[in-house]
Write a protein that binds this ligand. Sequence first.
Ligand code: C2E
Ligand code: MG
Ligand code: MG
Ligand code: MG
Length: 281
Amino acid sequence: TAKRRGRGMVQTFNQEIRDTLARRLKLARDLPDAITGRRIRPFYQPIMGTTDRKIQAVEALARWDHPELGPVSPEEFIAIAQESGLLSDLDTVILDTACREVGPWLKDRSITYLSVNASPMDIVGVDFAERFLASLEATGTNPEHICLEIVESAIVGNLEAAYRNLEHLSQAGVMIALDDYGTGFSNLRALLDLPLDKLKIDQSLIQSIGSNNKIADLMTSIMQLADTLQVNVVAEGIETKLQAAFVTSVGCHLMQGYLFSRPQSFDSLSKWLTANEIRAA
Ligand code: C2E
Ligand code: MG
Ligand code: MG
Ligand code: MG
């Protein structure tokens, strides 16, 4: 009967909630050791030049291969890390590991910079810039080879604290990129005031190329804005040749996406660089 079926649905629903909670609890319990034991590690996604189609940089993206649950997406464990107050530890481990692994490529100029993501909560912390620079120093990394990616939500609300940290980092030579551009409310005052070097256009805009006829005009006006701000533009989430050709034609400087490479482990990226003759074997 319908009633029985209804009860069955409620039971399935309750079971799903229980499973979700159990998974969350398990991840929250295992997270501290995964961070200190460095089982959460950076993967690297190449960032390509639009005109030369060569790798220019890499972005470090956190990955957790859980011994029992398998790969856990950053969206899932970053939320848990944030709730547990462990996100800045996680980011520090990612930064430190990435600097150690990619450091030699930065020194020999196989790539020009390493991009890392900052947590919104972090960049308003009082000593964020000091801690970040201390990490770079500990790994012998030139701040000029590092780009910090921040999202807009981090700066609205506490513009002053964010400004102080970013100004400090920028003075030290670190580049600042505004990530996921086009998804927030695009606070123009913040764009003007922050020491930005790059805008990363969100993949949701890139995915509308070809299906929305206003995208070309929109991209052109973003390029004009970038020109006014004197920042480089990176197009994210390039999956097709059409998208790559389009962002190149409107004048984006850099691009990133599955068309070129998914985020990959350090070993696999090393092989990729050698195969593409960017580094000697
Ligand atoms: P993000 O920084 O905007 O990174 C881009 C995301 O898009 C990555 O997802 C990447 O794997 C994915 N992506 C790249 N190219 C393509 C494409 O062509 N198509 C599609 N559909 N997706 C593409 P991922 O690795 O799952 O990371 C998600 C978000 O988690 C990141 O967005 C970033 O905000 C955050 N995140 C990742 N690692 C870290 C970290 O170490 N620290 C902090 N604080 N946040 C991180
Ligand atoms: Mg990013
Ligand atoms: Mg992004
Ligand atoms: Mg994102």
